[in-house]
Design a protein around this ligand. Structure first.
Ligand code: NAD
Length: 378
């Protein structure tokens, strides 16, 4: 029996991505799987129903395709109504928001669903091709620079014109992880002078190799799994004192600093914004987690004393074609571990499977999620 894979249309407002693109559907159907796509699912990313049919998929008029699927692939977490439709013991793969609205997990447990969370794919080399956080962060970093350039009243590059020479914009990137490094590269391509700061001093070399200057505030905050740890109060003050000078000199600040599972660290205070130049721009990619700037309003663009502060949400969805292409490849590579010789297998001995599974056969599998739920009494 062929494995049945279903792709519902995303229901989140403003979501233009889709979990599978036709090229990946073709690979899956070519390998003997059945793929069902909800009508219009690829529309926002530039794919018609006909494109999916040409790749071997069937089109379903509504999300009833959830109830007969062995595997459901999504970008965003399914709604409670969609979760109800899942077949008992089926597999769900997508973003699951593992640290919030955890009451959803109860339904997954009751139904025996194996729910894989793309946020929890471990940061180990074998899993790099499945790492959706990285593929989507890279897109967000690129787009943040374009957003900043269009909000700024200045050129990014130095320009020598008959009317005089224009100095290049100074861009400060806060957080040099995947999004930050892509933001550095993009701002450099546009000709800006770029500085970057991260609490993980290990990234200094990467920052410099992209042609940016590393701002050293003398704090080391390497945490586990390649992530940063939270700073102590004392460290935060030390960080702010040094960063304040660099923020004041910047034409554009792009914030990308995050600590997984926690609210975004507040790095740019109101006082620091008050000291910025008129017309300066802050693009806060951490807005969804509350923002790295104290004044950021999630999903809004505000002007505070002539400084523009942009707090976009779901930035990858604004580059939906390539974002979907990369996300679909991430899913395809993860599916390679789950569909073996045309049969489903969930091998809990495999670290990638064990870490990225939230629920399986009525149990919470990911250790950190289990601890968090136990601590909150759920
Ligand atoms: P992230 O989105 O969690 O954070 C973004 C950046 O913000 C990180 O570089 C972090 O150090 C920084 N940050 C956090 N708190 C800060 C603070 N108070 N001040 C300044 N900066 C702060 O991280 P990410 O980009 O998803 O990944 C972080 C790193 O993990 C990557 O750069 C990479 O080295 C590693 N990684 C490894 C793999 C792998 O081996 N498979 C895959 C992806 C990422």
């Amino acid at each position: 029996m062929a494995v049945v894979i279903s792709v519902p249309a995303e229901v989140r407002a403003g979501e233009n991505r889709v979990a599978l693109v036709p090229d990946i559907v073709k690979k899956l159907t070519g390998a003997g799987n059945t793929v069902q796509v909800q009508a219009g699912a690829g529309e926002g990313a530039g794919y018609s129903n006909d494109d999916y049919v040409a790749a071997g998929a069937t089109i379903a008029a509504n999300d009833n395709l959830l109830s007969n699927a062995d595997i459901v692939l999504s970008v965003n977490p399914l709604t409670a109504e969609q979760l109800q439709k899942l077949r008992d013991n089926s597999i769900l793969i997508g973003y699951q928001n593992p640290w919030s609205e955890t009451s959803r997990f109860q339904l997954l447990l009751t139904k025996g669903v194996s729910a894989f969370s793309m946020e929890l794919v471990p940061r180990i080399s074998r899993a790099q091709a499945m790492d959706a956080l990285s593929s989507q962060a890279s897109i967000a970093g690129y787009k943040a620079v374009l957003m900043a350039a269009s909000l700024s009243g200045k050129f990014f590059p130095m320009l020598t014109t008959a009317a005089g020479t224009v100095r290049p914009s100074k861009v400060l990137i806060i957080g040099a992880g995947v999004a930050g490094l892509q933001a550095i590269a993009t701002a450099r391509r546009l000709g800006a002078m770029v500085e970057a700061y991260d609490v993980r001093t290990a990234v200094k070399e990467q920052v410099e190799s992209l042609g940016a200057k590393f701002v050293d505030v003398g704090i080391k905050a390497e945490g586990s799994g390649g992530y940063a740890r939270e700073l102590t109060e004392e460290e935060k003050q030390q960080q702010q004192a040094i960063l304040a000078r660099h923020v004041a000199a910047a034409d554009v600040v792009i914030c990308t600093a995050a600590v997984p599972g926690r609210a975004s660290p507040k790095i740019i205070t109101t006082d620091m914004v008050n000291a910025m130049k008129g017309g300066a721009v802050i693009v806060d990619l951490a807005a969804e987690g509350g923002g790295n700037c104290e004044l950021t309003r999630t999903g809004e663009t505000i002007t505070h004393q002539r400084i523009v502060i942009h707090g976009p949400v779901n930035v990858p969805a604004t580059v939906p074609n390539h974002a979907s292409e990369l996300y679909a490849k991430n899913l395809y590579n993860l599916l390679d571990l789950i569909i073996r010789d045309g049969k489903l297998q969930v091998d809990l001995e495999d670290q990638i499977i064990r870490d990225s599974l939230i629920t399986h056969a009525g149990d919470i599998v990911n250790a950190a999620v289990r601890e968090r739920l136990q601590a909150s009494g759920n």
